[in-house]
Design a protein around this ligand. Sequence first.
Ligand code: GTP
Ligand code: MG
Length: 159
Amino acid sequence: RLKKKEINILCIGLDNSGKTTIINRLKPEKAQAQDIVPTVGFTVEKFMSQSLNFTVFDMSGQGRYRNLWEHYYKTAQAVIFVLDSSDRLRIVVAKEERGLPVLFFANKMDCKDSLSAVECTKKMGLDTIRDKPWHICASNALTGEGLPEGVAWLTGQLN
Ligand code: GTP
Ligand code: MG
């Protein structure tokens, strides 16, 4: 039996962007939580793709916990950065030093005023990122739309 490769992922983004909802959706159905509450500090979650076992550090996006993000870069092999594409006021640039692959979810694509993935790319200045592989997917964490595409990209980067 081939053992799957173990991958640590850091999941970050502002509070209320949908990080925990996305990670919850990626877990096996039986393991999914029904109610999702704002994350305190961080939680550790697991899910797998065809060839990889993912351990995700699902960080709180609240200001008072954001200093924790830095600490967990050390053990991460890739980053999931969740944007609330309907929150026009709080789209910010992801500042990150190491050259880890970054998957952006332009989440809440179902909201009426949400920005497209292309618009998020422009606002975030993502097209100037040259020092690491990155990819952006529009997603709806409530239905799971867009999530498989993102995980497939991550899996391809990390194999
Ligand atoms: P913190 O843990 O505080 O950093 O927040 P978070 O990024 O983990 O957000 P969370 O997953 O708790 O979701 C915040 C709210 O957004 C919840 O009410 C979710 O149901 C809602 N939400 C998440 N994803 C989507 C989406 O794609 N569409 C819509 N309409 N709502 C979403
Ligand atoms: Mg959360």
